[in-house]
Design a protein around this ligand. Structure first.
Ligand code: XUL
Ligand code: CO
Length: 456
């Protein structure tokens, strides 16, 4: 991927060097609830200060823009060249280009009205000839990021290291069969944590795209998982040493680019963390497009992680149900958004996590305006989801039915069973005395119709 190529010298044209406004003609996006259907450059539902279920929409949603798709995405795919030609880019991998792009980024975040952004180390700054030079470049560009954060009030939801694009990581980073490469990844993460601390990151993410395998024949899976756990223990130790207080997160994904990724889904990651005694130090960053790639329903991992108090943050996107890969589309489906916001309300909020748009405009959506329209559409969809979920929760129709469905566990033998106080002998005695149980309808369609009532 050209965006992760080593730093290059490159001529900066005088015009680009003078560029001060990157999105001319677009002002701060406004809330206009009465606007018409084709007015897609304003919010119809997302009203940051509006209170829903006791909190402002901004507090519930904690929206974030991801830098990699929105500012490093070119629209290139395995079959075609870049289509997203941005006026601030001079096609070089220079520090000047990186800095100008960052200024464009902060103008975008501010005009859109989001309070957070996220990045990989290599998204914001190019690699140098060696680690020393790379770290120096990262220091220089992240100094500017800090300045822009202070100037605009936009904060860092999370930072991460790109441990998958460079060819050194083709066989894995923390799970690489070569200890030298594991050490390289560790050194990169050491710097990543320092930069995250400098920028006040509220979380720090690990996504293991290359942590997995293609062929079992050349792979010692147990050794690789042990190494991954040892790597994370070094991370926890260094985090504590430098006093970085952000929440550590692991982002599950079943496959792509590796055939079998170790962090398959939320429950796999929870089992890994518990097996290696890391569950107090890490939570999960769920990306619903990864959840559906794992063969689950859209909301499954968000709910599973939340129920075990392990939901840290959400890479809010969606796949295309008719395609089998990670399309990273903007979440626009109100029913999906309602299920996500329902979970967030029920868990009392996502902070210090947020809803990060790990989404890319389609390669055919080439206009600068599309960058805004896509985010606005998704923010509106989640705001609508929030309002629908609030009503669904407040009116208690569905939760009342669920409560009733499990009511046999509130007293007698059911309570003993739920509390773990029953025995097989007691159960046998109960059945001998009470005979055949009554069969109750699961009423799935009734529940689905109730959900449809609230999704408006
Ligand atoms: C890849 C993905 C990543 C992570 C951060 O599918 O989702 O962008 O979110 O590395
Ligand atoms: Co992601």
């Amino acid at each position: 991927m050209s965006s992760f190529a080593p730093a290059s010298k490159g001529g900066e044209s005088a015009n680009l060097a003078d560029m001060k406004v990157f999105f001319p003609g677009i002002e701060k996006i406004q809330y206009k609830p009465d606007s018409g259907p084709s007015d897609t450059l304003c919010f119809k539902h997302y009203n940051a200060s509006e209170v829903v279920c006791g909190r402002t929409m901004e507090e519930w949603c904690r929206f974030s823009v991801c830098y990699w798709h929105t500012f490093r995405g070119t629209g290139a795919d395995p079959f075609g060249f870049p289509t997203l030609i941005r006026p601030w880019e001079d096609n070089s991998n220079t520090i000047d280009n990186a800095k100008r792009r960052l200024r464009a980024g902060f103008e975008f975040f501010s005009k859109l009205g989001v309070k957070y952004w996220c990045f990989h180390d290599r998204d914001i700054a190019p690699e140098g000839a060696d680690l020393t030079e790379t770290n120096k470049i990262l220091d220089e560009v992240s100094d500017l990021a800090l300045e822009l954060q202070t100037e605009t009030g936009v904060k860092l939801l999370w930072a991460t290291c790109n441990l998958f694009a460079h060819q050194r990581y083709m066989n894995g980073a923390s799970t690489n069969p070569n200890a030298h490469i594991v050490a390289y990844a560790a050194a990169q993460v050491k710097k990543g944590l320092e930069v995250a601390k400098k920028l006040g990151a509220e979380n720090y993410v690990f996504w293991g795209g290359r942590e997995g395998y293609h062929s079992i024949l050349n792979t010692d899976v147990r050794a690789e998982l042990d190494h991954m756990a040892a790597f994370f223990k070094m991370v926890v130790a260094y985090k504590e040493k430098i006093g970085f207080t952000g929440q550590l997160l692991i982002e599950p994904k079943p496959k792509e680019p590796s055939k079998h990724q170790y962090d398959y889904d939320a429950m796999t990651v929870i089992a890994f963390l518990k097996t290696y005694g890391l569950d107090k130090d890490f939570k999960i960053n769920v990306e619903p497009n990864h959840t559906t790639l794992a063969g689950h329903s859209y909301e499954h991992d968000v709910i599973m992680a939340a129920k075990y108090n392990m939901l840290g943050s959400i890479d809010s996107n969606t796949g295309s149900p008719d395609l089998g890969w990670d399309t990273d589309q903007f979440p626009m489906d109100i029913k999906n958004c309602t299920m996500i916001m329902k979970t967030i309300i029920e868990m009392g909020g996502l902070a210090p996590g947020g809803l990060n748009f790990d989404c890319k405009v389609r390669r055919e959506s080439t206009a600068l305006q599309d960058m805004f329209i896509s985010h606005i559409g998704a923010m509106d969809a989640l705001a609508r989801g929030l309002k629908c979920a609030a009503k669904l929760i407040e009116e208690k129709v569905m939760s009342g039915l669920v409560e009733e469905r499990y009511s046999s566990f509130t007293s007698g033998l059911g309570k003993d069973l739920a509390d773990g106080n029953a025995t097989l002998e007691q159960c046998e005695e109960f059945v001998l005395k009470n005979g055949e149980p009554e069969i109750a309808s699961g009423q799935q369609e009734h529940y689905e119709a109730i959900l449809n009532y609230y999704v408006k």
